[in-house]
Design a protein around this ligand. Sequence first.
Ligand SMILES: C[S@@+](CC[C@H](N)C(=O)[O-])C[C@H]1O[C@@H](n2cnc3c(N)ncnc32)[C@H](O)[C@@H]1O
Length: 251
Amino acid sequence: MAKPITSQTQSSEKALAVRQKLFSLFASRPMPDEELLVNMGLYIRSGALAKLLFLNEMYEKIVQLPGVIMEFGVWRGQSLIVFENLRAVHEPYNHARRIYGFDTFDGYPEIGQFDKRSEIISENTYAVGDDYESYLDALIDYHEQENVMGHIKKHALIKGDASVTCRQLLSDRPETLIAMAYFDMALYKPTKDCLETILPRMVRGGIIVFDELSHPDYPGETQAFMETIGPQRFDIARSRFLPDRVFVTVR
Ligand SMILES: C[S@@+](CC[C@H](N)C(=O)[O-])C[C@H]1O[C@@H](n2cnc3c(N)ncnc32)[C@H](O)[C@@H]1O
């Protein structure tokens, strides 16, 4: 199996050595799977917990707004699952809150001139394997069915280059308005193309979230932002829980 992407991390050698302890305690857990699934907090590190709190922070900003959620750059799909379950927590009867996840599921297709090539930013990193998309779809289906109004399918995984598939989705579903667009592709071209496509569909008060804005390792995302939104057009703020995650409120 390929080296896990999570091993290419910003953590120190010391932190990684300590983390081995968690892997070994997890592997030797003295409990059945059923109990594990209701005690996941035993193994969630503070960084991963902050990510969940951040997703909730973003979701709370759109509860009163109409429009769908789009995530650009899904990878394993945790955010999509968390959004589905946050819908169940915050607005269980809002079946109009569709959740769309865009990804090649083959990792980065190409690295362009505005992007900074690295061990992580190179062709096909974040590829999840041929069967993963259907596994993830089945997992989101499960969560939907467990939640209220489970008979209505409220999500879609959209495979392919988001530069193309985002435009296609909005042309196939011209009724679509967007409450939250979450950008996590890190690259210039798809980020710029999708920003241009979604901006006219964003509702006032909706948010555009950026994972890597102003990050020196991912200059393409900032370049795309500068050419479409820019730092002065809308209110811009950072997350309370993940200080490097930024959201723009469309006004
Ligand atoms: C950093 S990962 C996303 C991580 C995910 N949002 C999370 O929080 O776990 C970046 C993803 O963007 C996807 N991606 C990059 N360029 C793309 C493109 N042009 N079209 C669709 N997906 C793309 C990659 O396949 C990869 O899964």
